[in-house]
Design a protein around this ligand. Sequence first.
Ligand SMILES: O=C(O)CC1=CCC(=O)O1
Length: 259
Amino acid sequence: MEIEYRLDGPEDAPLLVLSNSLGTTWEMWQAQIPALTQHFRVLRYNTRGHGRSAVGQQPVTLERLGQDVIARLDHLDVERACFCGISLGGMTGMWLNRHAPERFQRIVVANTAARIGQEAGWRERAATVRAQGMNPVAESAADRWFTPAFRHSNPEVVYPLIEQLAATPAEGYAACCDALAMADLRDELTQMPLPMLVIAGESDTVTTSRDAEAIVVDAPHAHFLILPASHLSNVACAAAFNQHVITFLTAGAEHEPHH
Ligand SMILES: O=C(O)CC1=CCC(=O)O1
């Protein structure tokens, strides 16, 4: 199996795909599963190069990450699904909105941007992990992902995520950094036809609330929501995240076929 995935929730419920961020695994959605499986059959997968998902022989690109999702829907014989992705997973969601809108009903993208960072920064990070392994990025990840207050009060939540990051295969992580170096959807935002909820974290310094606002300005059916969180808003603000995602994804569901 090239891309590992798992399914939770009732078999006859509409399918919701969850897409993780750089350096995490499907475990990062743990706080979503009890709430989301009340409404959806939830498909979690590990982004190419993460967990036990293969990195593959070809360079990883945003298109490739998007095609991995389409291939999974084809494999499961699902015509249309909902999608929720965070950070790199959010970019995958925007790519799908632009290039495969006929396969989705509604899309949520959290803590993301049409262009995350700069090419040189991603190339440098890829080179660092290829040369030194995951420790340098793992040491600084908690600062990028959470506010100091959340880190201080929730070490039992934060440290398992950092351990998962440290366990990510260095080449898989580096290949996704290379994908981020090239991924740029800024000129394609006006061609994303699906209803899309764009969630920002008010303390997120990786993908800022201005990045999220810029998506909403250009994408025709995008809605903005800000949560009191840093980069991993689904972890730090799980209850509000879940409630807004469910409300958005189930709106109009009776008019939208899902199989
Ligand atoms: O740099 C990080 O660890 C945060 C991040 C950037 C893109 C992504 O998916 O996560």
